[in-house]
Design a protein around this ligand. Structure first.
Ligand SMILES: C[S@@+](CC[C@H](N)C(=O)[O-])C[C@H]1O[C@@H](n2cnc3c(N)ncnc32)[C@H](O)[C@@H]1O
Length: 286
């Protein structure tokens, strides 16, 4: 049933994901899907194009008692059609879509108009604009809190928002030039936050020396965990190719792995044979 098809189950159900691929491809190239908490559940899928391999891995264990029909708090009335899910996930698997596009798809599955969301790393504003378009409705309900340590990034984001949104929508985005570890200083207490997005690393086109780091990212994850509503998600795109990037990713991974599985579903998506490709991590609060 569509109502029960959260993105997480979609990602975690290799058979479901594989079905359209199996039926639409015929060459001998192979990709293997595996569930890390179901080590015997992996199988080859015929494929046509580049020989990328992927793992959809579950970092924190789902409770033995929570079967695939257990309920979650994810709103389902705004689910994208299956064709859109297929397009983005297949595109990612065949090397045609970026990790950030998969992140945006997951956001789309979780947030709805009127929600409050946080962009913890505004950068050039692409994610902030995407979030604003998802949450701000015609009555200017919905709110995005955006932050970045760099004033340049806040300026870039503000300019892009001014170009991309109408003035009423624009008013619903609040930008702060602060470290995301201080997000509780600017997000009002009792805000019901549906999503906190981290796109880690440095500002594209900016100073590569100003970069997210393990210590403040961990503090920010802890703050986000407390702010998040049940049914909300912390979304992380982690880059491992620059100095400190892998350590930061491992910090995110360790944080996720320790969250109790009865309250959180923590998953990651990564390329197996492109070790420097960004890794997607999703922390879904049941
Ligand atoms: C990869 S960019 C983000 C891209 C952005 N989301 C976009 O759509 O263009 C990472 C950003 O994180 C910012 N940053 C680094 N350390 C930070 C911190 N401690 N708190 C908040 N932002 C930080 C950087 O200045 C940079 O702009």
């Amino acid at each position: 049933m569509v109502r029960e098809m959260t993105i997480f189950r979609y990602l975690l159900h290799p058979l479901l994901l594989a079905k359209p691929l199996i039926s639409s491809t015929s060459s001998p190239f192979c990709t293997v899907f595996s569930l890390q908490n179901s080590p015997h559940f992996s199988f080859p899928i015929n494929r046509r194009r580049q020989q990328y391999s992927h793992a959809f891995s579950v970092e924190s264990r789902r409770l033995a008692s929570s079967d695939s029909s257990s309920s979650t708090n994810v709103p389902t009335d705004s689910f994208p059609k299956f064709s859109e899910l297929d397009d983005v996930l297949k595109g990612y698997m065949f090397g045609q879509k970026k990790a950030t596009e998969v992140a945006h798809l997951v956001w789309k599955l979780v947030v709805q108009k009127g929600d409050t969301v946080v962009d913890a790393t505004c950068g050039n504003g692409n994610d902030t604009v995407a979030l604003a378009k998802l949450v701000v409705d015609d009555f200017a309900k919905g709110c995005v809190y955006g932050m970045d340590v760099q004033e340049d990034a806040i300026q870039n984001t503000s300019s892009l928002l001014n170009l991309s949104l109408d003035p009423n929508q624009r008013k619903c985005v609040k930008l702060y030039s602060i470290c995301h570890s201080r997000m509780v200083d600017v997000i009002p207490e009792n805000s019901s936050v549906r999503l906190v997005a981290f796109n880690l690393g440095y500002l594209p086109g900016g100073d590569k020396g100003i970069i997210t780091n393990s210590a403040t990212t961990l503090l920010a994850l802890k703050a986000a965990k407390e702010l998040l509503l049940p049914g909300g998600v912390i979304s992380v795109v982690a880059y491992v190719g620059h100095p400190g990037g892998r350590e930061e990713y491992e910090t995110v991974q360790a944080f996720a792995s320790e969250l109790p599985a009865e309250r959180w579903v923590c998953s990651q998506i990564q390329m197996l044979n492109k070790p420097l490709a960004p890794v997607l991590v999703f922390l879904f609060k049941r």
